[in-house]
Design a protein around this ligand. Structure first.
Ligand code: ZN
Ligand code: ZN
Length: 373
């Protein structure tokens, strides 16, 4: 057992506690990672607000990067000292979806890791105050160390800045993946992105990378729209100034080919569908609270041959896409630095979630082991 500091969540009615937690060594086909950077994402916020259920206590965080510090039995592709980015859908390699190459839909990962809060053997490696403590999406990166399935640790080049590349593990893989893999946006397409947080700004960069002809950024915060222009948006719509769908139709009168809802707030999903042109596709990539429903007019959808696509983790294949995205960052094609609004110590995990909730923050990185950087 290793003692370490971690951000533990016990329930929406209780404060997050950054405290000492015990971590067991990695089991077969698991690795231990010293966390260098941990991004603060809306999916952490959904849990903290009680909008998604999870077993508790649980160590938060599902976006992270670091260095391998120990490997379990049977691990052959990873060694101590390797730099890794963590994936929040570690794949089992055996289920129908893994065998078909759709690893972001791994059913064992969904049932055991996401729903159970454990690793693949159905047990957690974490203990807090003498009781079992659960993993969040097989990552739990708001901690000095994490034990994760080997398929959830993606080996990356060593010359990339270790804290920055944490973003690739969730926001960037999700946003760029939604454009490239889920929607397969072709060059010349017209695109709008609703919501300019980490995922939305990554959708905008993905749309720029594939050569979209128009990229309209929609947000409520002027500073985020400014940044969207820097990262590739051609136009902006301030969501506070009237009807978003009407504004989008003024900019692109025929309607858009693709609209990405990077918020998942129901009203934004309905705006995404409402702004589509003939043959257009609305892509739901931001995740709403559980149990909500949106509405649309099926007649219009049928007549205009429109599509509504769901995108989980950007339909990404982590072992293929994460190293590719880091190469694109290192070559200057992808801008990650501009998306980082703060670097904070692990002790400020709760304050960082508050700043994300208030809309004032972009991507914030927690640095649990500053000595690694
Ligand atoms: Zn996330
Ligand atoms: Zn699987």
């Amino acid at each position: 057992m290793t003692s370490m500091m971690a951000a533990v969540f016990r329930g929406a009615d209780q404060p997050i506690s950054v405290q000492s937690v015990e971590l067991a060594p990695p089991g077969p086909h698991e690795v231990e990672v010293a966390i260098a950077g941990a991004g603060v994402c809306h999916s952490d916020l959904h849990m903290v607000r009680g909008e998604w259920e999870h077993r508790t206590p649980v160590v938060l965080g599902h976006e992270g990067s670091g260095v391998i510090t120990a490997v379990g039995e049977g691990v052959t592709d990873l060694s101590v000292g390797d730099h890794v980015v963590l994936s929040w859908v570690p794949s089992c390699g055996e289920c129908r979806f893994c065998l078909a190459g759709r690893v972001a839909q791994c059913q064992k990962s969904l049932e055991v890791i996401a729903a159970g809060g454990t690793l693949f053997d159905g047990t957690p490696r974490l203990t807090a105050d003498g009781e079992a403590c659960y993993h969040y999406l097989g990552v739990s990166s708001f901690a000095q160390r994490a034990v994760v399935p080997e398929s959830g640790a993606i080996k990356v080049r060593r010359d990339a800045p270790l804290d920055v590349i944490a973003l690739v593990g969730c926001a960037v893989a999700t946003g760029v993946g939604a454009v490239r893999s889920t929607a397969q946006v072709p060059a010349g397409a017209t695109v709008a992105v609703i919501g300019c947080g980490g995922v939305g700004l990554s959708c905008i960069q993905g749309a720029r990378m594939v050569g979209a002809s128009r990229i309209v950024a929609v947000d409520l915060v002027p500073a985020k729209l400014e940044l969207a222009l820097k990262l590739g948006a051609t136009d902006t719509v301030d969501g506070r100034s009237g009807d978003v769908v009407a504004r989008l139709k003024e900019l692109v009168p025929d309607g858009l080919d693709f609209v990405f809802d990077a918020i998942g707030a129901i009203v934004t999903t309905e705006q995404a569908i409402g702004a589509l042109g003939i043959g257009g596709a609305a892509v739901v990539v931001g995740l709403p609270p559980a149990g909500q429903t949106a509405s649309f007019e099926p007649l219009s959808l049928a007549e205009s041959e429109q599509r509504i696509l769901g995108s989980n983790y950007g339909s990404c294949v982590p072992h293929r896409d994460i190293p590719d995205l880091i190469d694109r960052y290192m070559s200057g094609e992808l801008d990650l630095d501009s998306m980082i609004s703060a670097r904070r110590p692990l002790a400020e995990a709760s304050a960082a979630l508050d700043d994300l909730a208030s809309g004032s923050a972009l991507r914030q990185l927690l640095l649990p082991n500053p000595d690694l950087l």
